[in-house]
Design a protein around this ligand. Structure first.
Ligand SMILES: [Zn+2]
Length: 52
């Protein structure tokens, strides 16, 4: 469990700060989507990745 948590955190770290794929000028920031850690566009709230 701890290992997959770490992998999830690394995935979020990689995605954080990237440009959103779904809108023109959003940036991905860390947040919570449906109760899980995720990276979400600050403009359109689209989750780019989810950590299960
Ligand atoms: Zn967006």
């Amino acid at each position: 469990m701890a290992q997959s948590d770490t992998a999830g955190q690394q995935l979020l770290s990689r995605l954080e700060g990237r440009k959103c794929e779904f809108c023109s000028d959003g940036t991905l920031v860390r947040g919570i989507f449906k109760g899980n850690a995720a990276v979400i566009c600050e403009e359109c709230d689209t989750p780019a990745a989810q950590s299960w």
